[in-house]
Design a protein around this ligand. Structure first.
Ligand code: IMP
Ligand code: MG
Length: 175
């Protein structure tokens, strides 16, 4: 099987413009509060950098790494924590920053996990949303773009760890 990438679906300029809008929304929603952005490694790194530099609030950042996929393109439904938080989140307002919500299994699990560690609130900010893939009832509070049910790569999103560095969003075509 060989894979080729499709044409550009979402440009870097579109992503930057959306990050600005979402940053302003977060500023309004959390005015006067201090937040913790929790980036989910590794896919969220580029998007997280865009959102944080466009959000003018007191904030700290932290990261978690979880896996549910391996090298396959369909979720196993099992979430494993590979790297946990380093901050104390007790009583804190958290925004999880993700690359994409597909089945929703990862974010559903993470939301419960962070609440169980004593967070005051947990909201979700995802670069992409793929509503057709949904298997658990979860909705991201801040969504960059909605995409069709195909396998997306670029701007942090990978296939088998590759293509994360593409400065735009595209999809993978398998032949
Ligand atoms: P979920 O638990 O099914 O919502 O999947 C969340 C994770 O699966 C994301 O953080 C991605 O790492 C991965 N994922 C889901 N869909 C795609 C895709 O189209 N391209 C790349 N990774 C994806
Ligand atoms: Mg991921």
């Amino acid at each position: 099987m060989s894979d080729t990438i499709g044409t550009v679906l979402i440009t870097e300029e579109q992503i930057h413009a959306r990050a600005k809008e979402i940053g302003k929304e977060i500023e309004r929603d959390y005015a006067g509060k201090e937040i913790i952005l929790v980036g989910i490694l590794r896919g969220a790194v580029l998007w997280m950098a865009d959102v944080m530099r466009n959000t003018n609030l007191d904030m700290t950042i932290d990261f978690m790494a979880v896996s549910s996929y391996g090298a396959a393109t369909k979720s196993s439904g099992i979430v494993k924590i590979n790297k946990d938080l380093e901050s104390d989140i007790e009583g804190k307002d958290i925004i999880i920053v993700e690359d994409i919500v597909d089945s929703g299994v990862t974010l559903h699990y993470l939301e419960g996990y962070l609440m169980s560690r004593g967070a005051a609130s947990v909201k979700l900010c995802s670069l992409l949303d793929k509503p057709e893939g949904r298997r658990v009832d979860i909705k991201a509070d801040y969504v960059g773009f909605t995409v069709d049910d195909r396998f997306i790569v670029g701007y942090g999103l990978d296939y088998d760890q590759k293509y994360r560095n593409l400065p735009y969003i595209t999809w993978l075509e398998s032949e």
